[in-house]
Each structure stands twice: as C-alpha cells, then as structure tokens.
Design a protein around this ligand. Structure first.
Ligand code: C2E
Ligand code: CA
Ligand code: CA
Length: 855
C-alpha cells in the first residue's frame, strides 16, 4: 500500500523563499513601539514619532489597543485649519489593529497580509505583551530577495511623473499635492542658478517633514526652508540592490534618478522599491499558493483513497508512532483481534502477545526492522477472547524525508485456516490416503530413525519390499474399485501379521515396504518373510468374488547389506525382483553378487544415450480443458521413447534413469524445443489459442544453463512466452533458498508461466507457496482418483482448490477419469481438468485431428 506523502513539508518546499520558513515575525519586528492615549492631540503624537524617527504610533487605552496612526495618515491633516492639529488622535487613527503572535512564521505572515489587505500588524509575545509593529515592508524585505534586487535597475521603476515644486511654494501646497497624487515626497527646485550641480539645485520635502510641521503646530511655511538639500541621486542603470544599500547607509528614504544626460527624471522612494518587490513577491506567492492548493487537493484525494483502502482491507492494519505506541487500527484489525480502536490506541502492541515467542524472537524482529526497515514472518498472537492464533505479519518502518523514523505500519493476516489446511495436507502427505498407512516419505524418515537406533543398540533391522504378483491384471479386468479394496485388505493383513513397533508403508501402486526392528539375526527376518507370504496368499473376498493374490518379497538387512537407508530399500527391491524371476509367491534375501537389475540398468542406459541422436524420442500431447465447459485451453507435452526393440517406453521407466545420468539436460532441451515447434505449427495452421505445458525435472531446473536455454529456445522458435508454462514439482522448490526463488523470478521475467505439478504429494508448506511466483497448481491424480468414492480425498481436493484460489492461483485437476470426478471438481470451482475422461495423451497428428482447426 502506498502511504500518503506528509502534507506539511510540501507547503514549505514550494514556497518561493525557502528561508522564510525558519524566520519568525518576532525576529524582524520593529521593536521601537510608540504608544499614546486616544485623547492625545495629533501634534503631540506626531512630535513623538518625529522624535523617535518611527512611522507609526499605537493608540492604547486601559491596555487595550484601539487603533494606529501613521505618517500616511498625517498627510490628511488640514494645514489651513490649525485646530486640526489639536484634534484627538482617536479621530484620525486607523482601526482595528490585528495582532499576530511573535512565533508566527514569516511565510504565514505573508499569507495573512495578502488575504486581509492590512498593512500593519501588532506583534505580541506568548503572554500577550506587545512587542512591536510589523508592516508589509518588513515582511517583504525579509524574504531573502536579494536576487530580485540585483537583477533590476532603478530605471525600471521610473514612471515619468516627476513632481517638482518651486522653493517658494508653501508646505500646505506640498501636502495637498502629495495627498492627491499619492506621493510621500516632492522635489523642491531651488533654481538652476542656486548651485552648480543637479544635487545642489534640488531638495526634498517628505511626509516626515510634514508630520514635523504638525508637531510644531506652525502654519504654512515656504518649502525652501523646509526642504532637505542636496538631493541624493543615483544613475538610471544602477541596480536596485545598490540603491537600497545607498538609502540604508544614508538613513534616507528617497533618491533622485538621473538620466544618462544628467537630467533629473524621477524621485524614487524606498516604498517604490518595496512595492516593486512586493509585486514580484505576491506574484510568486500566488503561484506557490496555487501549486500548494493543487498539491493539497491531490494529496487529500490520495489520502482519502488510502483511507478507504485501509478501511476496507481484509488485512489487519496497525500504525504506531516511533515509540511503538498504537496510533490507529482498521476494522479488519478489530475483527481479527477483538479489540476496538478505543481499547488499543495509545497502548503498546505487546498487549497482543501470546507469550509463545521468546524474547530472543522479538529481539531478532527488532534487529531486522532496524537493519532493513522491514520484517516479515509468522507470529502467534492472542485475541481479546484469549484465543491464540497464527498470523502472517509484515512490519515496515516509515521514515520521513530526512530519514527520521516516524512510524511503524504492521499488516497482518490471520492464517489459522491456512495452517489447518496445511496440517491436513501434511498429514495426507505423510500417509497413503487409500490404506491409511505411512507413505514413502514417512517410511524414509522412520527408516533413518530406526537405523540410528539399531546402530546404538548394535542390533539388526530388516527392510522387506513387498510387491503383489499380477496386480495389474486384476486392476484392468475387474476395475479400480476392486483393485483398491484388495490393496486395503492386503494392508490390513500386513499390519495384522507384524509387531506393533514394526513399520508398514505403502510405496505407491501395489508396492509395500516393511521395517522389522530389533532382529536377533537374518534368520528372524527370513521367518517373518515366509509368514507374510503365507498370510497374503489366503483368499480375499471382494464384491462377492474370491480372489487369490500372491506376493513376491525381497529382504535386505542392516548392517550386513548396507548401512544406508536408500541402499537398503534398493537392495530389498532388487531381491524382490529376483523372487519374481524365481517364479513368484516367494521371498529372497539380497545378495550383492546377484544384482541382475543393475545389468538391466546398464543396457537401458546405453540405449538411452543413443535415443536422442537416433531420433527415437517423440512427444505425445494431452489436452487440458476448462473444467466448466470442456473448452480446450492447453496441452501437456509428454515424452515417449520408441526403442527399436521395445514397445513405446513410458517416461516413468526411463526419466529416473535420464535424471541419474544427467541425460535429462539435453533430452529436456529437446522436449522444450520440440513442444515450441509444434506450437508454432499449431499457430500457423490457425488453431485456437493454446498454452503448451512442459515438464521440467529437478536436475534440469538446477542446471546452470537452464535459464539461458529457455530464453534461446523461446527466441529460436518465436514462441510467445505467455503460451508456455513450465511444470515444476514441489520438491524442487521446497529448499526455499533465495537461489530457487531468484531462478523462478528470472523465469517469470522471461514471461513464461509456472505450474506446480503433482501438488499434494510433497511437503506442501503453504507459507513457502506464498513466496513463489507461480500461477498454477496441478493436483496430483492420486487425490483426484479417490474423490468420488472416498471422502478424505474429496475434502483434500476441495481444500487444495480453495487454498489455490486464496493464493490467486489457477487450479488444475489431473487424472480425471469419470463424470463423477468432473462433477465434484466443477462443484468446487476447479479451473482446468486433464485426464482420460477427456482424452489420453495423443500423438501430434491425432491431437491436431481432434482439436485443431476444422476438427
Ligand atoms: P505427469 O507430469 O504427472 O504427467 C501426467 C501423467 O498422467 C502422464 O503419464 C499421463 O499419461 C497420465 N495420465 C493422464 N491422464 C490420466 C488419467 O486420467 N488417469 C491416469 N491414471 N493417468 C493419466 P506419462 O505420460 O506416463 O508420464 C509420467 C510422468 O513422466 C509425468 O507425470 C512426468 O512426471 C514425467 N514426464 C513425462 N514427460 C516428461 C518430460 O518431457 N520431461 C520430464 N522431465 N518429465 C516427463
Ligand atoms: Ca506434468
Ligand atoms: Ca502430474
């Protein structure tokens, strides 16, 4: 989620005069504050001002400010009527006088001046005491606008209406002229013969001189006696900056401007300079304010949007200050924790702690936050009701522009449902859903543990590989449901013939594995094997039929045959095959010298090496359809090997070998290229949009050149990357290393889709799943098989579908064989389906005939 930009710095940033933000009014105020009572006569007020050289006086009564009288107001005095000099200041003052606090920032002050159209403000301190008067000029002068002054010449202010009175004219006439023409000074001409220089010829009479006249209560006077002489002048091309410095240094407020030919062309006052500056300033300010208003509006809109998103988010959101005190929470927070905003705001998030995490856990969390500015993980917290629940928590430290930590934002989701599903899937992933026996994975775990035991106790253990004879025939002739019942019965008999602490597991299909612990010697294993062969041979009654199945059994012994779990299983497997060769219905102990299977392997390996150059490999294609309407959506490319002396060899039989030998790398590249070439032919023939699914084995995925290979195949075959989906298995991803994730991201960056194949048979850590950039889950056909008959598989498939959807993934069911299975999958909202119910994998010509253009 985007956090709205803080608003205040924005305002400061766009104001034209940056330093104005720091300066406050009390620093620039004229502290020379003159005050008088309301009944004081004008001449007296004027006298005080002249004496102190200030331009205004406050009218105060009983400590209340009534108004202000300024030099400007003095021009309004009627010099013809001496009585006006004695008029009470109350009658001539301007009122009211606004006050501002001394702490007000200059730029705020500028805004006030502009908005209220006043020229003077009374500045007060924190206790309301009057500090001084601040005028518009003070503010403008302090806005740091030297650059403006340096750029402009005094000539730019010349308006051309120079007012000159002869020295013989009276003060009354001057005041009248000044008032009517809006001047604060006039030039007094002493005549060309009075001096040799221009300055000497001219003098000046100002507002201030008139105010002095008011103070002296003298009537009219000749200007010649009143004027200040000589007139200070400057050249037309002087910069305003220089002129201002000149005025300041001489303590004067007016200057004459000389043209290039030396003639006096204008009288410029400090005010003129100011008003030019003011104009520029106000202009810029206006600009800045407009920009600010716009920015404010848009950030308010963003804020509003962000607020809405936070409010309606399904994730709990909590914002704290830098000290980790809660500032705000959203409705989802209340929903999940049971706490209302009133109950938590101002408190520490530790009130949510469940006590399940150690202090060291929190210490690491803080370390992560300090070092990286964020932390993510699973945490157990406590609801208000006391219930403890798991959540996926994401904390971000928020810093302002200067890098100061200001807030923490915590986003969390309740993952108890996810955890439940995960536990169920894990449960199912360790047990065979059909027989309830441990599966291969759990067996391998247990065998490791038992080997450790046996090593410590210095005793033997045996691994028995049990395989039903001719099970496939029963399955094919009597149907899967009979086959399944038979397997359940065999499992029960195995279990019933063994001790409590022996392990029985189903390896898949009709293969079982048994671990016998605590053996006295190899004879004991042989005796148990014989007993099992006998027990399994007894007739089984299923659906009114009597079936007799025999078993072949291979035995390997720890530590005699091997000390390693994998090898023990392999050796038991080899021994089992020997039992089959010997005529079935029997058992064999493993003897290394008699490893017939390894010879078989060797022959197959040699043949497989030649398969690629001899072009014995080909692809079959199986359709994936939209589960809702049966429309063709994708095709999975499945590898076949046409061995010259054999039937078509199933990938299940040679891919493990290809993986072991590394041949899978060139073979896999051939598969990918060939699948893309077929896709191109499909496109060129005008087939419906089609996604091509290609299986990738673990060895390929880890290969250094894999990414580059995919990239160049895409380019060479002009394959649109979006039309290609790679099928990976859970076990390839479950190491969860950064490298794995990086590789997935790189593949995604190529634009290809990623699917998890055989989902449900691996570790199924859903928290990991969340971190992977994948688009699709393919539910293993083992689970699909049982859904219309067995409730446990049905529930599991439903859980996987809803889980997949909650993670935003498409879900595919593979191995769909019956209308009943399809109906259930449709009911659960499964997206795509694949299986014999729709079509078996087909050779390309048959696939095109069935689904291609014109089909
Ligand atoms: P898989 O990826 O799970 O492929 C689906 C397998 O299920 C295929 O077996 C397919 O024929 C079979 N199948 C399809 N519909 C049904 C159904 O309704 N019921 C049943 N019982 N089975 C069905 P196939 O072609 O023998 O492939 C077996 C495995 O070999 C594949 O399993 C895949 O893991 C691997 N494989 C196949 N081609 C390639 C390949 O090009 N590269 C790699 N690395 N592995 C491949
Ligand atoms: Ca597959
Ligand atoms: Ca599969």
């Amino acid at each position: 989620m985007n956090h709205p930009e803080p608003l205040l710095p924005l305002v400061d940033e766009i104001l034209p005069f940056p330093h104005a933000e720091e300066v406050c009014v009390s620093e620039i105020v004229a502290r020379d504050l003159l005050e008088c009572g309301p009944e004081v006569p004008l001449h007296e007020a004027a006298a005080r001002m002249s004496e102190r050289g200030v331009s205004s006086i406050l009218v105060v009564e009983d400590d209340v400010v009534l108004g202000i009288w300024t030099e400007r107001d003095a021009l309004a005095v009627d010099f013809d009527d001496p009585l006006t000099f004695t008029l009470a200041v109350r009658a001539a003052m301007s009122a009211p006088v606004r006050t501002v606090p001394g702490t007000m920032r200059l730029h705020e002050m500028a805004v006030r001046l502009r908005e209220e159209h006043l020229r003077h403000y009374l500045v007060v301190d924190a206790d309301g005491r009057r500090i001084g008067i601040v005028s518009q000029s003070d503010v403008v002068l302090n806005q740091g606008i030297e650059h403006y002054l340096k750029l402009r010449t005094v000539g730019s202010l010349v308006k051309g209406g120079l007012h000159v009175l002869p020295a013989t004219a009276g003060a009354r006439e001057a005041a009248l002229l000044m008032r009517e023409a809006g001047l604060d000074a006039v030039v007094v001409d002493h005549g060309a013969d009075a001096a040799t220089t221009v300055e000497g010829r001219y003098g000046i009479v100002t507002e201030r001189d008139i105010t002095r006249l008011v103070a002296q209560r003298t009537g009219d006077r000749a200007l010649g006696a009143l004027a200040t002489r000589p007139l200070v002048v400057c050249a037309e091309h002087d910069s305003l900056y220089r002129v201002r410095a000149r005025l300041a240094e001489r303590h004067i407020r007016h200057i004459g401007v000389l043209a290039a030919d030396g003639g006096l062309i204008d009288l410029i006052s400090f005010k003129d300079i100011l008003s030019g500056m003011e104009l520029a300033y106000v202009h810029e300010l206006q600009h800045a304010l407009q920009a600010r208003d716009l920015a404010l509006k848009s950030s308010q809109r963003n804020l509003y949007l962000a607020g809405k998103v936070i409010e309606s988010s399904l994730e709990g959101i909590m914002v704290t200050d830098a000290e980790a005190r809660i500032l705000s929470v959203n409705p989802a927070f209340t929903h999940m924790t049971g706490y209302t905003p009133e109950e938590v705001i101002g408190r520490s998030p530790s009130l949510l702690n469940s006590g399940r995490q150690s202090p060291a856990f929190y210490a690491r969390m803080w370390e992560g936050l300090v070092a990286e500015g964020k932390w993510q993980g699973e945490v157990w917290n406590r609801r208000k009701s006391g219930e403890v629940y798991p959540q996926l928590l994401h904390i971000t430290a928020i810093r302002d522009r200067d890098g100061r930590l200001t807030h923490y934002a915590a986003l969390f989701t309740d993952i108890s449902r996810l955890k439940e599903t995960e536990a169920r899937i894990r449960d199912l992933a360790y047990y065979d859903p059909l027989t309830g026996l441990p599966n291969r994975r759990l067996l391998e775990d247990r065998l490791q543990v038992e080997i450790g035991h046996a090593a410590r106790l210095r005793c033997r253990l045996a691994v028995l590989f049990v395989d039903l004879d001719r099970f496939k025939r029963i399955n094919d002739s009597l149907g899967h449901s009979v086959g399944d019942k038979l397997l359940v019965e065999i499992a029960a008999r195995l279990r019933g013939s063994l001790r409590e602490d022996d392990t029985v597991a189903r390896m898949g299909g009709d293969e079982f594995l048994v671990i016998l612990n605590n053996l006295a010697g190899p004879d004991e294993a042989a005796m148990t094997a014989r007993r099992l062969v006998g027990a399994l041979r007894r007739p089984v009654h299923i659906e009114g039929r009597e079936l007799v199945v025999t078993t072949s059994l291979g035995v390997s012994i720890y530590p005699d045959d091997s000390q390693d779990a994998d090898t023990l299983i392999k050796h038991a497997d080899v021994a089992m095959y020997r039992a089959k060769d010997e005529g079935r219905n029997s058992f064999q102990l493993f003897e290394p010298a008699m490893n017939a299977r390894s010879l078989e392997h060797l022959a197959l390996e040699t043949a497989l090496h030649r398969a690629l150059p001899r072009k014995e490999l080909l692809l079959h294609f199986q359709p994936l359809v939209d589960a809702a309407d049966g429309r063709l959506v994708a095709a999975e490319a499945l590898l076949r090997w046409q061995h010259p002396d054999l039937d078509l060899v199933s990938p299940a039989d040679f891919i493990p070998l290809a993986e072991e030998t590394g041949l899978i790398v060139p073979i896999g590249e051939w598969v990918l290229r060939s699948a893309c070439e077929h896709h191109r032919a499909w496109r060129e023939a005008g087939g419906t949009p089609l996604r091509m699914m290609v299986n990738i084995s673990a060895r390929q995925f880890r290969d250094e050149g894999f990414l580059a290979m995919v990239g160049s195949v895409l380019a060479e075959t002009a394959m649109p990357p979006a039309c290609l989906t790679l099928e990976l298995t859970e076990s390839m991803l479950m190491d969860g290393t950064e490298r794995t994730i990086a590789r997935l991201e790189q593949l995604r960056a190529l634009g290809v889709g990623l699917a998890i194949d055989d989902f449900g048979t691996g570790y199924s850590s859903l928290a990991y799943l969340k971190r992977f950039p994948i688009d699709e889950l393919k539910i293993d056909r083992l689970f699909v098989r049982g859904i219309d008959r067995e409730t446990r598989d049905g529930a599991l498939v439903a859980a996987i579908i809803s889980l997949g959807h909650s993670l935003g993934l498409r879900v595919v069911a593979e191995g769909v064989e019956t209308p009943g299975q399809l109906a259930m999958l449709q009911h659960e909202g499964c997206d795509l389906a694949q299986g014999f119910h729709f079509s078996a994998p087909l050779p390309w010509p048959a696939f095109v005939a069935g689904y291609g253009p014109g089909a």
